[in-house]
Write a protein that binds this ligand. Sequence first.
Ligand code: S3P
Length: 439
Amino acid sequence: MFQNRCATVVHMQSQTPTPLRGEISVPGDKSISHRSIMFGAIANGVTRVKNFLQGADCLSTISCFQKLGIEIENDKTSVLIHGKGLHGLQPPAQTLDVGNSGTTIRLLSGILAGQNFTSELRGDASIQKRPMERIITPLQQMGADITSLNENGCAPLHIAGRKLNGTVYHSPVSSAQVKSCVLLAGLYADGQTTVIEPFLSRNHTELMLQGFGAHLSTDGAAATIFPDCDLQAQEIFVPGDISSAAFFIAAGLIVPGSEILLKNVGVNPTRAGILTVAREMGGNITLLNERSVSGEPVADILVKHSSLHGTTIGGDMIPALIDELPVIAVMASVAEGQTVIRDAGELKVKESNRIDTITENLSAMGADITATEDGMVITGKETLHSAVISCHNDHRIAMSFAVAGLTVAGGVSLDAPDCVTISYPSFYTDIDSLRRNSE
Ligand code: S3P
């Protein structure tokens, strides 16, 4: 079984993989949890958030807003944010630490750019290597005073808040973090602000800001915000994170004998690309009980073991599954035939360079994989073999390869198993509970 909180995770099993059976509820959506704190903080009144993701990244967002003078109560069953309105944040006494969280630093920068005080943002070793010019450029176009204090252009960031001008920004990348940063800055601008992406990225900011009463309109891959609209506190129920469910969608499909019901998962089409791809690969996936919760589409997902075949993934599909590509690569490595992933250069600037870290670890397990400039080509094999996995402290790499380990005799050892706490603290417990149902 998995042993959590130790130097390595060793998955021990007999020659035949143990099926995963039964139902689980994956933790709340990371993107939606971050936004609930941020928008709650700049709304008027008390926002209550249920099923908030208690992962390290979202806790970093809470701690930053507490340093900005917002009272936030977190008793683990719900989070109460005592919002002070658009202009209620206080100058922080210390540098704001975003930890490992790209969403925190990029979205918060948009809010801070429009304040009447100065702040500094820093983060861990990974954040100090992730590109920030993608938000610095549009914010400067809006008149913001934001600079990198790092010679590589990354964090730490220094932001001297000031009144901003509205703009039209054509983003060169499809990135919800860039889009959301600019739209949030647009709340503090003197005219309307439009962001146009190459392809539509996840639209949680647009949906939730509208729910808080912002004046925001969308047209395909363009979103426009009108400034100085007062936001009003909301009751939010955060759906389960499809990016966390993805590990169990993959495990259910590739571990023989598995059948898993994933309860209460967000299936917003701008996030649900893994469902399309898994079905294209021959995956037996059924959506049950489809409904809308706090403005987001939600369903229960039933996954049954299936014989998978290769596919091609690229173009406008990429933003809807960018975080799931590591585990999709694992599925492809045991599918019949070739899978080509292209147009996914963004993988290089995630918590690790995921083109490299996927290729390194799948190769160590004996997979047939070639990295390309913007993706990878994988030819599936019947089985992989046991290996030591270099997680590079990347939560999604650790969980993807824990899933790969479920299919091989002897399993895998992860060099940094605890990094899963960034987005899925109960990951190993959930795997154990589904495996126990087969014993
Ligand atoms: C996120 C957007 C995506 C995603 C990240 C969360 C968000 O990043 O990879 O995990 O919450 O907006 P990009 O905007 O860089 O694509």
